[in-house]
Write a protein that binds this ligand. Structure first.
Ligand code: NDP
Length: 248
């Protein structure tokens, strides 16, 4: 039997990158899925791919994590289709790096809305159900930028520090409820994340600096998430940091 057979996972930001890889990996281990993101076509393509290679059921919810109703809908769909929710992977996020002096207020707001409020709305939607079940697992995707601040990452880091604070507080609050919490902090992963950066100074800085760090693949993070949620009930994996090696 596959290790996650019969389990039900909601994955936010499943339309690309790390979320897409997490969904595929969980399905590969036997989990049924509810996929959430704004780009419905991309979710449907992923659902077809997973459905074509396994017997797992996949439900697509076109949703925006800045709207709490959309996350409530995702939990509702999970209950209707599968009768429960075992895992919520709060992965959706945006990294709109900029220098504060360039005053990209709308981008600050977007990062606060998606990265912090999106995670809170996910918790809001799923927690009553998990507490009722007396079991569940919430995985929040933070970042190494939630452990240190890099040039131009000030606001992004503030949101990812906040995600870690939410994970730590939630874990303490839930320790006797049967609901587990994992905070995962990836280093640089090769995805679409940097494509939305609009600050020209940041883009120039990247072009001229020549990174000494390699990149992880989205699958590397997916494997870490699958490890955390595959542990026996009494094991609570609270924090994981996964970085790429420096180039030799
Ligand atoms: P991608 O840009 O590939 O994926 C981001 C995902 O978030 C997409 O599926 C996107 O879907 C979704 N998303 C963005 N805004 C919203 C929204 N308002 N509502 C619902 N979904 C939304 O980047 P990654 O896969 O790299 O990022 C995934 C997570 O990993 C993020 O939280 C990021 O901060 C974190 N991370 C990434 C690192 C990296 O180096 N790549 C390093 C550390 C952390 P759609 O646009 O369809 O809504």
């Amino acid at each position: 039997m596959k290790s996650l057979e019969g389990k039900v996972a909601i994955v936010t930001g499943a339309s690309s990158g790390i979320g897409e890889a997490i969904a595929s990996d969980l399905a590969g281990k036997g989990a049924n899925l509810v996929l959430v993101a704004r780009r419905e076509e991309r979710l449907k393509e992923l659902a077809d791919k997973i459905g074509g290679s396994s017997s797992q059921k996949v439900v697509v919810v076109q949703g925006d994590v800045t709207k709490k109703e959309d996350l409530e809908t995702a939990v509702q769909k999970a209950k209707e289709e599968f009768g429960k929710v075992d895992f919520l992977i709060n992965n959706a996020g945006v990294m709109l790096l900029s220098f504060l002096k360039n005053d990209k207020i709308e981008e600050w707001e977007q990062m606060v809305d998606v990265n912090i409020k999106g995670v809170l709305f996910g918790i809001h939607a799923v927690l009553p159900e998990m507490l009722k079940q007396g079991s569940g697992h919430i995985v929040n995707v933070s970042s190494v930028a939630g452990h240190e601040v890099f040039p131009s990452s000030t606001v992004y880091s503030a949101t990812k520090y906040a995600v870690r604070a939410l994970s730590i507080g939630l874990e303490k609050e839930l320790s006797k409820t049967g609901v587990r919490v994992t905070n995962i902090s990836p280093g640089a992963v090769s995805t679409e994340l940097t494509e939305h950066i609009s600050d020209k100074e940041v883009l120039q800085m990247f072009e001229s600096s020549g990174s000494t760090t390699g990149f992880l693949q989205a699958n590397d993070i997916a494997h870490a998430v699958t490890y955390a949620v595959s542990q026996p009930d009494y094991v609570n994996v609270n924090e994981m940091i996964v970085r790429p090696m420096q180039k030799k």
